[in-house]
Design a protein around this ligand. Structure first.
Ligand SMILES: [Zn+2]
Length: 479
């Protein structure tokens, strides 16, 4: 790290310690604000300080496909070798650096390996490490109506565009292409990268490119791309890069919105938090994404972008929420079948519109005179009159306390057509339903509401609302 280097990074540290280590001499340890440590050591070749950043990750397993020399620290010097060969196999890992993997040994100590280098530290191309949580491509073929293409994935390892280093992603990094030429859209940028697959001199690459109508992926998300300008640090080593196109014959503002949807999808599918999004400039100080920084080309600005990503992410979480299905005991299934209602995925079906609370209680009671029944509204208040609506609950206790054989179950009531939960079907329900159909992400329905809208639902099927339900709703409104 040379003080005159324009690319040097400013590190906010809370603590600095300096100590002597055999083999490397003076070593500086910065403790950063987030608690992680940065180890800085003098390069024995030229005396400059060099940096290798190690990041702690949730412990997971990694599979090494080749034998590697163990190292005490994640640096490429024979002086740091432990002399112990780590055999190909599967290991627990809790630290990563770019290309370096910190293996947790059974005695609780760490050993570092770098499968991307041979014994003389020459680069070896290829992917030699596989983490258990690796995600390579997205699970969807379109995002908010924008197709996701993988036709130009870079096919072969190449140190300058697709090095094959393991990427354990911690953030998404946002870029602008800074290419305003007509036609410089996502496809064009995907082709530029694809055509560099056999070159050896352009050290630039990124995972995704997005324009106003398409998304192209070039590199698997579990591999490093060279985009952040921070060498062997976190930007390149632990992030997924998105280039937003700004070709003059495209709509930049739309490309940026598409990028927000893409970012949320990437964060969600990789299990990253919704605010794990950074600008290129956060890693290297470069003015990128320059439109977002400078307020040009109709950008929404950084804070609005991050906020939009968060909203879309929340909707993905909501939509993909899985309700744990608790199987009914034999006694409860027998009881429910006597009521004439149907139980599916913790939901109770078979109640019609405009049914009173007392009718429901009477019906539940008729199947077992000793059952204790409580009906609650959406605020979980026990009620005895009025109509039941979607998302009301029924708590049912079967058995005898004295005989110590009591069983309790909480059911969520679903009244088809009743989206807003007032027990009626009217224009308000129809409007909510229509909004939901127009933009499912923006107007997310709750689980119970969706069940009420899924009019062609069959037992033991996923709850899904589609055009057939919409048609039924529309016919019902016309009547
Ligand atoms: Zn950039």
């Amino acid at each position: 790290m040379n003080d005159n280097d324009p690319n040097r990074t400013l590190i906010e540290a809370t603590h600095l310690s300096v100590r002597w280590e055999n083999g490397s001499g003076i070593v500086k340890y910065f403790t950063k604000k987030d608690g992680s440590q940065l180890r800085i050591v003098k390069n024995p070749n030229n005396g400059d300080y060099i940096e290798i950043q190690a990041v702690s990750i949730d412990t997971q397993t990694v599979t090494l496909t080749k034998d590697c020399m163990g190292h005490r620290v994640p640096l490429e010097y024979h002086a740091f070798e432990t002399g112990e060969m780590i055999k190909a196999g599967t290991y627990q890992v809790n630290k990563i650096g770019v290309g370096w993997i910190g293996i947790l040994k059974e005695d609780g100590t760490n050993v570092w390996v770098n499968p991307n280098r041979d014994n003389d530290y020459n680069y070896v191309s290829g992917k030699f490490t596989f983490f258990e949580n690796d995600v390579q491509t997205l699970s969807v073929s379109q995002i908010n109506g924008i197709p996701v293409n993988t036709n130009y994935m870079i096919p072969n390892y190449n140190r300058v565009v697709r090095p094959g280093y393991s990427n354990v992603p911690l953030y998404v990094t946002i870029h602008n292409t800074a290419n305003t030429s007509n036609g410089a859209d996502a496809l064009a940028h995907a082709q530029i990268q694809y055509n560099r697959r056999n070159s050896a001199d352009i050290w630039t690459s990124w995972h995704f490119q997005v324009d106003d109508h398409s998304i192209y992926q070039s590199i698997p998300m579990d591999e490093v791309a060279w985009h952040a300008g921070d060498g062997s640090m976190m930007g390149n080593g632990n992030t997924i890069a998105i280039e937003i196109c700004e070709n003059n014959d495209g709509n930049y503002a739309q490309a940026e919105r598409n990028a927000a949807y893409l970012t949320a999808q990437i964060l969600y599918e990789n299990g990253m938090p919704k605010d794990a999004v950074r600008k290129h400039g956060d890693w290297s100080g470069k003015n990128c994404p320059h439109n977002i920084n400078d307020g040009t080309k109709g950008t929404m600005g950084w804070s609005a972008f991050v906020q939009l990503v968060g909203q879309i992410y929340d909707q993905l979480v909501e939509e993909n929420q899985e309700i744990e299905e608790i199987p009914l005991s034999e006694r409860f299934s027998e009881y429910i079948s006597k009521t004439g209602y149907i139980y599916d995925q913790n939901l109770l079906y078979g109640i019609e519109l405009e049914t009173s609370v007392s009718d429901v209680i009477n019906k539940l009671q008729s199947a077992d005179p000793n059952a204790q029944i409580t009906v609650m509204n959406q605020k979980n208040e026990a009620i005895g009159e009025g109509l039941v609506g979607t998302d009301f609950k029924a708590k049912i206790i079967l058995g005898n306390v004295e005989e110590n054989n009591v069983e309790e179950f909480l059911f969520t009531l679903v009244i088809p057509f009743d989206i807003n939960g007032d027990g009626h079907f009217n224009a308000l329900d129809y409007r909510s339903f229509t909004y939901y159909m127009l933009d499912k992400r923006k107007y997310a329905l709750s689980y119970a509401q969706k069940a009420g809208a899924d009019l062609n639902h069959k037992q033991n099927e996923a709850i899904s609302v589609n055009a057939l339900d919409y048609r039924q709703m529309t016919y019902a409104m016309l009547k």
